[in-house]
Design a protein around this ligand. Structure first.
Ligand SMILES: [Ca+2]
Ligand SMILES: [Ca+2]
Length: 148
């Protein structure tokens, strides 16, 4: 399922999947901003710190409907989250729409990346569910900093 979600997110599509009961289940595309207010997004793979990630809210996206306990970045669960307006689309500042901010331990994310090189551009995929159960996903790109 994780791989399928990644594929869907990579294609940037909102698709409907048919489940055996014949009911439609839609995967919604979320606007994910790694390191809100920072563009691009450097990721120091030796950092012992945290990686902040925001799911940006908007007119059609009420992030209070997101169940934070279901959110994973590269399969890693966050250790904390909050609802606050920290950024807007396209690397802009607070836009009046509430965002869901999540904090991930950088080393837990790095462990999932496997081999990366200094200067690589890597997409990180975020998945989760709304309280109503509907799955969603999104991604953002980081720039690998690997100092030896
Ligand atoms: Ca960013
Ligand atoms: Ca916002």
């Amino acid at each position: 399922m994780m791989r399928l979600l990644k594929l869907i997110v990579a294609l940037g599509l909102v698709v409907a999947l048919l489940i055996p009961a014949g009911m439609a289940l839609s995967v919604v595309l979320a606007d994910v901003d790694i390191k809100p207010m920072s563009c691009p997004n450097p990721l120091n793979v030796n950092s012992k710190g945290v990686l902040p990630v925001a799911i940006l809210g908007g007119e059609l996206w009420d992030v209070t409907e997101v169940n934070p306990a279901t959110v994973e970045l590269e399969g890693v669960a966050p250790w904390g989250w909050a609802l606050e307006d920290v950024a807007g689309p396209g690397c802009s500042g607070p836009d009046g729409y509430l965002d869901l901010t999540l904090k991930f331990k950088t080393q837990e994310i790095v462990d999932e990346l496997g081999g990366v090189n200094d200067g690589d551009a890597v997409f990180l995929y975020l998945t989760g569910n709304l309280f109503g159960g509907a799955p969603f996903g999104g991604s953002d790109e980081v720039w690998i900093i690997k100092k030896t």
